[in-house]
Design a protein around this ligand. Structure first.
Ligand SMILES: Cc1ncc(COP(=O)(O)O)c(C=O)c1O
Length: 478
């Protein structure tokens, strides 16, 4: 990304700013220029070798060093000018990177201009959301309003739930599984092998016995395998992570079938705890008619969702809700806070609940429903066009995650910020992903693909094992 650097920047660099290396975004930075290759690659055109895991670039080569101010900075204002230049160019990068983002489940379509006035405050909801701390610069009134909204969505009475706004979906999983472990200290954690890595991280952190359950080709938990793993462990309670949208394939586990399987194996409702990981689709599923309903009227213990994904919050956050009866097992009073400690983190982002409150008020149930329908429609459009172009692709019925053949070129993957695993890549269609953007992406993909596979000697990978033979368009299965 290093290009021609302007005279003003050169003079500031010579004063020692910017760590002396020309690693700033150039002033003539062209947002249309693709970023450099992510890895040193032996393959042609930034390709990867079969089975090779591609890690991102080492940020130390491009980081912006912090430098001490010069003695005369106050009078010259050089440092301020330098920093303003860096930020302006950084903003340009953000605009470009936002335009070309397709792979992660972030809704980048929002306008929170009305909240800019709040950035002057250090808003912190440390402690319990329902008990005020002595620290008065908080936003608990917004937080509890948001929690009530989600409690209504997941059908639990105000006096029967406890919850909080987390820092992300991972924290929701860490909390939900911790509550399960506190309720059943000798419980075994069951999670499908396609669960998010945070679930297995929780097992390691809490030193829990963890059993991985097989998945169907769709990515859903395989309840036949679940049964075979429950039966030999019947003497121990079960803590189950149920996916409301898996990370890679966007598969929604059948909550009702999971409960039925537990019952058939002889687990009474006081012998299991279900945490629903709705990080991805927790706020989409309630608006999809055929989806299994997530509801506290069913024997579940907790639900979590990420706030920066479908909801569209500009900072990582999430919502975690559990039953009041469970939280009492976990919590303790802290005199220093004048509040109760039942969260994973101490200090908590007090801005996030306000952003969530703002979005929920603006969109409401009807607004989310419309956005969900649009995402599902656009995801179908993408899947159909990929198949028409002869590219392996799969879209689960309840999902807006389109899984397809991993592009051969690492630069292309980076340009569109695709998420990849093995031979698969995916696009997650969020409300900001329009048909126009999908067309741009598809046209570019088809054009590039003709250079990656110019003749029969080089073939696209077979995806039958990942997404099923019917969805695979490799030479053997098309
Ligand atoms: C299924 C699932 N659970 C949990 C998470 C973690 O969410 P976060 O990135 O908000 O920590 C993700 C992230 O993509 C996810 O896909």
């Amino acid at each position: 990304m290093v290009g021609t650097v302007g005279a003003e920047t050169m003079s500031l660099l010579s004063k020692g700013y910017g760590n002396g290396k020309l690693d700033l975004l150039p002033e003539d930075f062209d947002p249309a220029t693709p970023p450099p290759a992510a890895v040193e690659s032996n393959g042609v055109g930034g390709g990867r070798k079969e089975g090779e895991m591609v890690l991102g670039r080492n940020v130390h080569t491009t980081c912006l060093s912090v430098t001490e101010p010069d003695e005369d900075d106050e009078s010259t204002g050089d440092k301020d000018a330098y920093m303003a230049g860096v930020l302006a160019r950084y903003r340009k990068t953000l605009v470009e990177r936002t335009k070309h983002h397709l792979g992660y489940p972030y809704n980048l379509d929002f306008d929170f201009g009305a909240l800019a006035q709040l950035q002057h405050f250090s808003i912190n909801n440390l402690g319990d959301p329902f008990i005020e701390s002595n620290y008065g610069v908080h936003s608990r009134q917004f937080e509890v309003g948001v929690l009530d909204w989600f409690a209504r969505l997941w059908e639990i009475e105000k006096n029967e739930y406890w919850g909080y706004i987390t820092n992300c979906g991972t924290e929701g999983n860490l909390h939900g599984i911790l509550v399960g472990r506190e309720v059943f200290p000798d419980g075994i954690l069951y999670a499908s092998r396609e669960s998010h890595y945070s679930v297995f991280k929780a097992a390691r952190m809490y030193r829990m016995e963890c059993v991985k359950v097989a998945t169907l080709v769709t990515g859903e938990i395989d309840c036949a395998d679940f049964k075979s793993k429950l039966i030999p462990n019947k003497d121990k309670p079960a803590i189950i992570n149920v996916n409301i949208g898996t990370t890679v394939k966007g598969a929604v586990d059948d909550l009702d079938l999971v409960i039925q399987t537990l019952e058939e194996c002889g687990y009474s409702h006081d012998r299991f705890y279900i945490h629903c990981d709705g990080a991805l689709f927790g706020l989409m599923m309630p608006f999809v008619k055929r989806a299994p309903k997530v509801s506290f009227k069913k024997p579940i213990g907790s639900v979590s969702v990420s706030g920066h994904k479908f909801v569209g919050c500009p900072m990582p956050c999430g919502v975690q809700i559990t039953r009041m009866e469970h939280i009492n097992v976990l919590s303790s009073n802290v005199e220093y806070l004048a509040s109760r400690d039942a969260t994973i983190m101490g200090s908590r982002n007090g801005h996030a609940p306000i952003f969530l409150w703002h979005t929920l008020n603006r969109k409401g149930y009807k607004g989310f429903q419309k956005e969900v329908q649009k995402c599902l429609r656009n995801a179908h459009y993408l899947k159909d066009r990929l198949r028409e172009a002869g590219i392996s692709a799969m879209l689960n019925e309840l999902s807006s995650t389109v899984v397809f053949e991993r592009p051969r070129d690492v630069e292309f993957v980076r340009r569109w910020q695709l998420a990849c695993e093995g031979n698969m890549a995916h696009v997650i269609v969020m409300p900001n992903v329009t048909i126009e953007k999908l067309d741009d992406f598809l046209n570019e993909l088809v054009e590039k693909r003709s250079t990656w596979y110019p003749n029969e000697k080089v073939q696209p990978p077979c995806l039958a094992a990942d997404i099923g033979r019917d969805n695979c368009a490799c030479a053997l299965h098309k």
